[in-house]
Design a protein around this ligand. Sequence first.
Ligand SMILES: *Cc1c(COP(=O)(O)O)cnc(C)c1O
Length: 234
Amino acid sequence: MLTDAQIHANVSALRERIDAACREAGRDAADVDLLLATKQVPADRIRVAIDAGARLIGENKVQELADKDAQLAGTECERHFIGHLQSNKVNHVLRYVTCIQSVDSIGLADRLQRRLDALDQNVDVLVQVNTSGEASKYGVPPEEASALVKEIAKRDRLRVRGLMTIGLPAATPDLIRPSYQSLRVVRDRIRDETGGSVSAGVLSMGMSRDLDIAIAEGSTMVRVGTAVFGARSY
Ligand SMILES: *Cc1c(COP(=O)(O)O)cnc(C)c1O
């Protein structure tokens, strides 16, 4: 478990790393949001990161959102859902998050739409794209992403903001980069095909080990866990 001081130092170092990657890429650091991936991180450690300036956190289990909810009450921090969303958790997740980054089917979009209608509520969504081609990964294949985004955009309770992908694990830069490039290509294709009427500008990509590459390839949101909270113990 990391101390308060370590977490503060890690958040500062991470911001410097993001700034450096943006400078290197000729981009404005204000165009890259930082989301802290807080799976398995206790709520009191998350609160320290919020004190250090974090404004966006992501969980990938609905149960963890529920467990940490009370302890995060009163903090100025938005939460996103970044894991695979099972259909029986749809009702529950909407209580906690402003964005679901892992929508990858019409079936899931329809379940969300129905529930949101009942609640008279909207939610932001990102469409998860499987850019690495690994069979184990969720997400729609890149060649089907544009059609799915356009279909989801017809559901009035879902505000499509962009795309999310998870890079190849433990890969070299040469293997990681094409995944991130392909997410950007999908975004550009959607913009061209819809004449900009569907705005899918957000590119949620890049984690502790590879966020520099993701920023070079156009990431607008990096999702970082280990670099701030230390290694997770599975
Ligand atoms: C855990 C997780 C991250 C962060 O990974 P780190 O390597 O710890 O930075 C990012 N995205 C998703 C979807 C995750 O589950």
